[in-house]
Ligand binder design. Structure first.
Ligand SMILES: [Zn+2]
Length: 251
C-alpha cells in the first residue's frame, strides 16, 4: 500500500509542472583524493557541479526558498553537514570556481574542535574561520548544539539543543539562516513529540528543517520541517549521482 501511495505521489509530482521541484543535496566531508560514504573528493565534486550546470540546474540559497515563485525550475540547494575544516580547504575553491552556493550546518558545541561524536574525528571550523567564510558562497545554518540525534530526545532536550544552537550565532553575531539540518536526519519516533517539535520550531522562528529521505521536494513543500535531501556519497558511481539527482531514491 505504501508503495502504491509513493508511486502515486511520484507520478503526480512528475505531471504537475506548475509546482517547482527543489533538489537538496547532502554532503559532509570533502578531501583532496580520498572518498568514502561521507567524503567526496575534489574531482568528484567538480564533476558533479559541472554536470549540474551543464544540465540546467541552478544553485540556490536557503534565503531564496522564501520566494517560491522566483525559484528557478531546476533549483539545487547544496548542503554540507557538520562544518568540517575540509569544506573551507577543498570545497570552497571548487564552489567558488563554478559560482555555486552552499549552506553549512553547524553543531555549535564543537566549533573549533573535532567531530568526536564520530569514530573518525576530523577537525571542524573555528569561530574565526566561520567568520571569515565568503558569504557570496556559504550560508550557515543550525545542526543542533551537540549534534544530538532527536530520534529519542524529549521535547525539553530538543528545546535546549536549539536554544544553545541559536545562542551561539546570536552571541557571536555570526550571520546565519534559520534553517536546521537534523543530526543523522533524526526526528522523534513518537508522533506526538514530533508534532510538538514542529510547534517548537515554529515558535523559535526556524523556517526550515532538513531530513534525509532521498527524494525530490515539490515546492512549496507541504511541511517545511520535513524537507528531503539526497545523500551524496563519495562511494557512489557518477551514474548513481546522476540518477539520484534526476529521480531521487527511485534508483
Ligand atoms: Zn551531522
Amino acid at each position: 500500500m505504501s508503495f502504491f501511495l509513493s508511486l502515486v505521489s511520484f507520478l503526480t509530482s512528475i505531471f504537475r509542472p506548475s509546482r517547482r521541484r527543489v533538489r537538496v543535496l547532502m554532503y559532509h566531508k570533502v578531501a583532496a583524493q580520498h572518498s568514502d560514504g561521507l567524503t567526496v573528493n575534489v574531482a568528484q565534486l567538480e564533476q558533479q557541479l559541472i554536470f549540474l550546470k551543464a544540465n540546467g540546474y541552478e544553485f540556490i540559497t536557503v534565503a531564496q526558498l522564501k520566494s517560491p515563485s522566483l525559484l528557478p525550475p531546476k533549483s539545487v540547494l547544496l548542503t554540507f553537514d557538520d562544518a568540517y575544516l575540509n569544506n573551507l580547504e577543498y570545497a570552497y575553491p571548487v564552489l567558488k570556481k563554478h559560482q555555486a552556493r552552499a549552506v553549512i550546518f553547524v553543531p555549535t558545541a564543537y566549533v573549533g574542535k573535532s567531530s568526536s561524536w564520530d569514530t573518525t574525528a576530523e577537525p571542524l571550523l573555528s569561530l574565526a574561520e566561520l567568520r571569515s567564510l565568503d558569504n557570496a558562497v556559504f550560508e550557515l545554518g543550525l545542526h543542533a548544539h551537540t549534534h544530538q540525534n532527536f530520534k529519542n530526545s524529549s521535547l525539553l532536550e530538543i528545546r535546549q539543543e536549539l536554544t544553545q544552537n541559536l545562542a551561539f550565532f546570536e552571541e557571536n553575531q555570526l550571520p546565519f539562516v534559520r534553517a536546521l539540518a537534523y543530526p543523522y536526519g533524526g526526528r522523534p519516533k513518537d508522533a506526538r513529540t514530533k508534532q510538538k517539535m514542529y510547534d517548537l520550531l515554529q515558535e523559535m522562528a526556524i523556517d526550515y528543517a532538513f531530513r534525509i529521505g532521498n527524494r525530490l521536494n515539490s515546492w512549496p513543500v507541504s511541511n517545511v520541517y520535513e524537507i528531503q535531501r539526497l545523500d551524496i556519497r563519495g562511494n557512489d558511481s557518477f551514474q548513481m549521482f546522476k540518477n539520484k539527482v534526476k529521480w531521487g531514491k527511485w534508483f
